[in-house]
Design a protein around this ligand. Sequence first.
Ligand SMILES: C[C@@](CO)(OP(=O)(O)O)[C@H](O)COP(=O)(O)OP(=O)(O)OC[C@H]1O[C@@H](n2ccc(N)nc2=O)[C@H](O)[C@@H]1O
Ligand SMILES: Nc1ncnc2c1ncn2[C@@H]1O[C@H](COP(=O)(O)OP(=O)(O)O)[C@@H](O)[C@H]1O
Length: 311
Amino acid sequence: MTSLARPRMIHARAPGKLNVFLKVGALLDDGYHDVATAYQAVSLYEDIRAYPADDFSVAFSGSIDTSGLALDGSNLAIKAAQLLARVSGYRGGVRLEVDKSVPVAGGMGGGSADAAATLLACDTLWGTDLGREELISLAAQLGADVPFALMGGTAVGTGRGDQLSPALAKGQFHWVLVLADFGMSTPTVYSELDRHRERHALDIYPAERVPSVDAPVLHALRAGDPAMLAEVMHNDLQAPALHLESRLGQVLELGEENGALAGMVSGSGPTVAFLAPDADGALDLQVALSAARHRVIRATGPVHGARIISD
Ligand SMILES: C[C@@](CO)(OP(=O)(O)O)[C@H](O)COP(=O)(O)OP(=O)(O)OC[C@H]1O[C@@H](n2ccc(N)nc2=O)[C@H](O)[C@@H]1O
Ligand SMILES: Nc1ncnc2c1ncn2[C@@H]1O[C@H](COP(=O)(O)OP(=O)(O)O)[C@@H](O)[C@H]1O
């Protein structure tokens, strides 16, 4: 009698993201904020290889400095694998090798991409076969951005950012990303926004305490028109991020002086994303910013969400 051979390794890949639009509403009782965001998955990827093992472990490689990342159960990749094992009743473990391209704590959802790719890789490796819907619901338990890393493309996120609906998008947008040599804590940036609103007794979007994505943003994405998108890109976390790290303001100015259509802090920062008119414009901008001794990479979007590359 023959038994079905278990795969020896599964390779999954998930993208980083930009928030081309992010409005932050009220602080909720659970410490989260109601948000309305337009996500775009971009061509910076986390590649995860999952090997059968008796326990759970993770190791990192790649061009990004990962020396500060915990490798224990607090790592999002391990959390994802352990959650899937618990829910599915799988009794073994997994050895995860992550080739990292998304900056750590950079506002581009690298940890979320690790979690999404891990869910998919382990579901395949272990043959638990939960299916997309259930993986998305596990993803939401791991972090607000994790469902989008599974889904990819372009999408509107509401609630904590985890209630997704796909958005129509045409063509390709060209981004130039300035990476920082420091990270920023997402909760700290949200808290800075709350403090600012309290200090100035600001009413949060009084007409709509539940924020929404502005219609012109969806229109620009649908039209695939970078000039149109540049006019309406917005991030409520940019002001608090700049308040915490004023040097990001100089980066924004430099990009806008050198041909960017618009620049924006990505999510909670500190990565700064510039929208270029086209591929040539992105290359010119990369050269100018690199000459000013910044670490700069180019990316395009939208791209696919998490998927299996090989098994
Ligand atoms: C700001 C955003 C924009 O997409 O991304 P990043 O800049 O982190 O990539 C997200 O809202 C981050 O999502 P994610 O990084 O998955 O957040 P989580 O791990 O779930 O939450 C970390 C902490 O951020 C704060 N948080 C997160 C999401 C949200 N809607 N409201 C919040 O206040 C809470 O303090 C929470 O405890
Ligand atoms: N696999 C992981 N990759 C990156 N960060 C992780 C991971 N696991 C846990 N973290 C922690 O999650 C936090 C957010 O990291 P990350 O997802 O890279 O950035 P951001 O939330 O700004 O997009 C960091 O403080 C980091 O230490």
